[in-house]
Write a protein that binds this ligand. Structure first.
Ligand code: NAD
Length: 363
């Protein structure tokens, strides 16, 4: 029986619409070739350009579409020149994280043979790990509400039992699923600063409690500063890492750097009911409208969406299509013939997306 899923699509700002269109076209083509699932797409206007046009950054109808949908596909939001009167930028993606309690920011980092990376990887080594960034509290807890006086400024770091327990449960389940799929070693690393801060000792104790429920997985700890070093020196040793919001914010950009840039870095923000899939990069206003943006991070995010929906709703064909789509992008990158400018090539957005479609359906 065909299962149908509704996807809310936030095409966003800058290069957003340019990378969304070919990504949705690929998803439509894949779904139409499968007897097991169908996808419907609902446009959800929001973002800086929408605010400039209408005075509204995140219409209630778009929030409702997001809440109703089975999954949310988002490109990038925000334009540096369009701001609220208080000077902050329009960022509905952060509003979504809070409104839908998307506590797990999932950032896969992969470097396959043939892919450009600033590291000189030893022969035969590939990078394939997932960084999970808590995305609703930590040092972002007082975001926009920090106290600033003439002489000092204060922000609060919050770690709660409720969110941490959900986060660690999710993390260990992901590590188990990767191990079962033959992709991971079954290792989970808690990245913290428990040697200095009591809040992180608390974070670590909750991690250890969840680890005790998974004797089949190897759980260990690493301090965040050492983790930054090891991500450069021996990144192939990691499997699944979990950390606080600000640490994850910083380490995920380091991860994107290992992959050769933001153009190949997908992400997901996942909660208990809802999930948003979006590239790590922003709206790249400097290249918007030129047709040269790299669509691969967005397409890889769509692959993560198929995988998540397939696991959640028990549709193995979607999980398989998620893998097929990820591997098709990895293939195009490894072949190196059709790459966008940011990856050292000359191809435009549509040409790069077409190479992925061709790999899926012709090769
Ligand atoms: N999640 C999000 O929606 C998100 C994330 C980061 C930044 N932003 C917003 O995006 C706007 C621009 O931010 P920024 O310039 O700091 O970061 P950015 O990621 O948009 O761009 C940084 C650099 O990377 C390049 N780049 C990014 N994505 C690319 C792609 N797909 N293909 C080729 N090159 C690409 C850009 O051209 C630019 O030179 C800001 O308004 C910012 O607030 C949004």
């Amino acid at each position: 029986m065909t299962k149908t899923f509704e996807i809310a699509v936030f095409e966003g700002d800058g290069i957003g619409p340019e990378i969304t269109a070919p990504t949705v076209a690929i998803l439509k083509r894949m779904a139409s070739a499968s007897p097991d699932y169908a996808l419907t797409f609902t446009d959800a206007p929001a973002g800086a350009a929408h605010y400039a046009k209408t005075g509204e950054s995140f219409p209630e109808s778009s929030m409702q579409a997001a809440k109703r949908a089975d999954a949310i596909l988002l490109s990038a939001m925000g334009l540096p020149d369009v701001r609220y009167p208080d000077g902050t930028e329009i960022s509905p993606q952060i509003d979504l994280r809070k409104a839908l309690t998307l506590f797990a920011g999932v950032r896969p980092v992969t470097v396959k043979a043939g892919q450009r990376t600033p590291l000189a990887l030893p022969e035969g080594k590939e990078i394939d790990f997932v960084l999970i960034r808590e995305s609703t509290e930590g040092l972002f807890y007082t975001q926009g509400r920090g106290e600033v006086s003439e002489d000092e400024a204060r922000e609060t770091l919050l770690i709660t039992r409720e969110i941490s327990e959900k986060l660690f449960r999710f993390t260990f389940e992901l590590a188990a699923a990767r191990k079962k799929a033959g992709r991971g070693k079954g290792r989970v690393t808690c990245v913290d600063k428990a040697n200095v801060f009591r809040a992180f000792a608390f974070f670590r104790s909750l991690f250890d409690a969840e680890a005790a429920r998974h004797p089949d997985l190897k759980a260990d700890h690493a301090y965040v500063d050492a983790t930054a070093l090891w991500m450069v020196q021996k990144p192939w040793e990691f499997d699944v890492m979990v950390t606080e919001n600000m640490f994850g914010d910083i380490l995920s950009d380091l991860g994107a750097g290992l992959m050769g840039g933001l153009g190949l870095a997908p992400s997901a923000d996942i909660g208990e009911k809802h999930a948003v899939f979006q590239p790590c990069h922003g709206s790249a206003p400097d290249i918007a409208g030129q047709g040269v943006a790299n669509p691969f991070a967005m397409i890889l995010s769509a692959a993560m969406m198929l995988d998540w929906l397939g696991i959640k709703h028990d549709v193995p064909a979607m999980v398989a299509d998620g893998n097929r789509l990820r591997e098709a992008v990895e293939d195009v990158v490894a072949r190196g013939e059709v790459l966008t400018r940011d990856l050292g090539g000359k191809a435009g957005t549509d040409e790069a997306a077409a190479a992925v479609l061709e790999t899926l359906f012709v090769a």
